[in-house]
Design a protein around this ligand. Sequence first.
Ligand SMILES: Nc1ncnc2c1ncn2[C@@H]1O[C@H](COP(=O)(O)OP(=O)(O)OP(=O)(O)O)[C@@H](O)[C@H]1O
Ligand SMILES: [Mg+2]
Length: 333
Amino acid sequence: MNQPDRTPLLAVKHLGVAFQTDRGQVLAVDDVSFELNAGQVLGLAGESGCGKSVTALSVMRLLPKPVSKITQGEVLFKGQNLLELPSDAMHKIRGKKISMIFQEPMTALNPVHTVGRQIAESYSLHFPGMGEKQKNTASLQMLEKVGIPDARQVMKKYPHQLSGGMRQRVMIGMALACEPDILIADEPTTALDVTVQAQIMDLIFQFRETTGMAVILITHDLGLIAENCDRVVVMYAGTVAETAKVTTLFRQPFHPYTKGLLKSIPSLAQKAKEPLPTIPGNVPALSEMSAGCRFVERCKRALTQCENQRPRLMPVSSGHFAACHLVYDGEKN
Ligand SMILES: Nc1ncnc2c1ncn2[C@@H]1O[C@H](COP(=O)(O)OP(=O)(O)OP(=O)(O)O)[C@@H](O)[C@H]1O
Ligand SMILES: [Mg+2]
């Protein structure tokens, strides 16, 4: 009997990324691993600077050159290591199989080309046989799908002539044009006001319902993760602190960092004037990282071994892992 194929759609394994800075080489991503299955929505959470975007850019092979270097690891897409692909093969995967939307749409849009031309180009790249007329119709339909009113007129405009929300919709349209297997959405709504934020999230998830694409949602907003994701990876200072199903992570967080993050979300039970608890201290500078746990300075539960031994991800329960010495210490949730 044939065994079911258990190869994940995407597996990031022991990824390491270093940047060359004035203070020497710093490891911005250190031994990060996670998996994404077909159709799954994975949240990537953690404070600013913890390596979420660098991880996403590594998957897309869009890290800035020559300041960055992948120091170790693999990015397996359907079992194939993207980090070893020749650039032309990677070009075919980017956009067609894995698309990314960025926090600031202007980074993805070309200021000197009309919106219509840019969307049509996404089709040309991946469907070279498509005629001009077909591309035009497909682009128009895509703009309508992403909720752009008067799409025919918008096709003739340049990105700077559109509002932030409209630009974001155009970028989403471009990212979704080829119906990718994976959409990486890096803070897709942070730059937008709250009502537009909700519309953009709805748009992404409506599209997911119809195509079944998998999504990696990168956000500071744990509320968005709780509402939309199946699993979550919590990153801290370039490492994975904890990963679990969303329900498990929110009900039974293990890592002291995750517990602190969850306490800092406003709840309805909170009295209006009560300040929200925060995690004392700051994320350490990457150049000053100790050999032990990267959270040690801010951790109220730190043990002696936390000072000098890097904790590895250990199972807390089925499908739930934390990189914390309290797991080895037999701590229960
Ligand atoms: N071009 C670069 N040169 C040097 N260091 C960089 C560069 N890009 C990112 N870094 C460093 O890598 C680390 C991770 O950055 P990254 O952008 O992935 O964080 P992030 O988790 O996405 O943060 P945010 O939530 O603010 O978007 C940071 O310490 C950052 O300073
Ligand atoms: Mg980022």
